[in-house]
Design a binder for this molecule. Structure first.
Ligand code: BG6
Length: 402
């Protein structure tokens, strides 16, 4: 990939995000534009190198030139890998700029007052805390993982395990894991990680804004690289868009950057908090084709889903809204969707909970997964240059007795 730059102004700071190899040619190509943008911007600047793979001496010259364009303002350089930091330090430029390694704290420059703050979250991963008039949400850049969602004045809607890992290379147990580019075990190679690889990799901050209705939009992204090509040999760009407004809207945008079509499965694997799983029901799936993964039998489902033992079911040919009715917490959670023709309902119950190291033995009582999927025969094909968007829309309402 050739080096390029894009510009965002998510808060008061100008964020210049560099991608690919910033070598002699590409650095010179963008040098003037960066200089002019930095000089014209009234506030501080962040150079984000988390999408860059290499920086040359021409890139260092670009930094010095930009630094000369500012007085009374500062430039912070974030997302460097250790060898890039060494280059800055060796040349003495490390002393001029405020440098921070990948996952850098200087991401706080990207805060939007009254809406979004970037903090160090669990596992020290950069984490976006969204809080606005509609509600609050927490999104880790590790896995682009929505960990919490709470509409204003209500209890938390998403469930998170007390035993979850928050560690590099491990996925978070709870919230909304992003499963992609395969759902469940990898069909070509069962040794590859379950539910794909994006849920335990670090994503990058792309942009954020206040929506016209006064909500908050956050977009994280990840592009293919040498490591992802080893696991899945296709060039892609994925973005996770999170909007906290009247509801929580989470969309996975998958773009094909290859010169041939690719196919994938995936899911927005939402974990919901419930008062008592034995009293909880899930409706909206009656009449749909159902694959019971525990018995490997197919049937046409009839009535609400109720829980009295381990449950692991894939519902097919459905675009309907699922409703979780929870008489203990006295609320109804609606899970609507777009770009999906399959839904999964999962609760591990006793034995499986005990087998899972990152899941408390008794925690199954208080959770249920209702997942918005592209699973089993709901396979997505994306042509070169085209995009698929998988969206889940989550809202909750109080059950008024009567
Ligand atoms: C569900 C699957 O989507 O995810 C289950 O249907 C699986 O079979 C569950 O056990 C959890 O998967 P993981 O990989 O997060 O433990």
């Amino acid at each position: 990939m050739n080096g390029i730059v894009d510009f965002q102004v998510p808060g008061s700071a100008l964020c210049c995000r560099f991608h690919g190899r910033m070598d002699g040619v590409t650095s010179q190509q963008v040098d003037n534009e960066v200089f002019e943008r930095v000089a014209a911007h009234k506030g501080d600047t962040v150079f984000d190198l988390s999408g860059a793979s290499y920086v040359s001496s021409a890139f260092l010259r670009l930094c010095v030139r930009a630094a000369r364009a500012i007085t009374g303002k500062k430039i912070e350089i974030v997302g460097l890998n250790p060898s890039m930091k060494e280059v800055f330090d060796m040349t003495g430029l490390g002393r001029i700029f405020n440098l921070s390694l990948r996952g850098g704290e200087a991401l706080s420059e990207l805060d939007i007052e009254g809406h979004l703050k970037i903090v160090k979250g669990p596992g020290d991963f950069p984490t976006a805390k969204i809080d606005n008039a509609f509600g609050s949400a927490t999104v880790s850049l590790h896995g682009a993982h929505v960990m919490e969602y709470c509409p204003k004045g209500q209890e938390p809607v998403l469930w998170m395990s007390q035993k979850s890992y928050f560690a590099p290379g491990k996925s978070i147990r709870g919230g909304i894991p992003v499963c992609w580019p395969w759902f469940g075990p990898c069909a070509d190679d069962p040794k590859k990680p379950s539910h794909g690889f994006v849920r335990f990799r670090d994503w990058e901050f792309r942009r954020s804004e206040v929506t016209p209705e006064g909500g908050t939009r956050l977009v994280l992204g990840m592009a293919s690289n040498d490591q992802t090509m080893e696991l899945w040999p296709h060039r892609f760009d994925v973005e996770l868009e999170v909007v906290v407004g009247h509801s929580l809207e989470v969309s996975l945008h998958v773009k094909n950057l290859d010169d041939k079509s690719f196919t994938f499965t995936g899911a927005l694997h939402s974990y919901f908090a419930v008062g008592d799983i034995a009293k909880t029901t899930v409706t909206g799936l009656s009449g749909r084709r159902c694959h019971d993964k525990l018995t490997d039998k197919f049937s046409t489902w009839d009535g609400p889903v109720k829980f009295a033992s381990e449950t692991d079911m894939v519902f097919l040919d459905t675009e309907d809204v699922c409703v979780i009715t929870d008489p203990v917490k006295r609320r109804r959670i609606s899970v609507a969707k777009r770009g999906s023709r399959s839904s999964v309902v999962w609760n591990p119950w006793v034995d499986k909970s005990i087998r899972m190291p990152d899941f408390g033995d008794d925690e199954f009582h208080g959770m249920v997964c209702v997942e918005t999927c592209n699973a089993e025969d709901d396979i997505v094909t994306v042509a070169p240059g085209a995009k698929h968007v998988l969206t889940t829309l989550i809202s909750s309402e109080t059950i008024v007795p009567g």
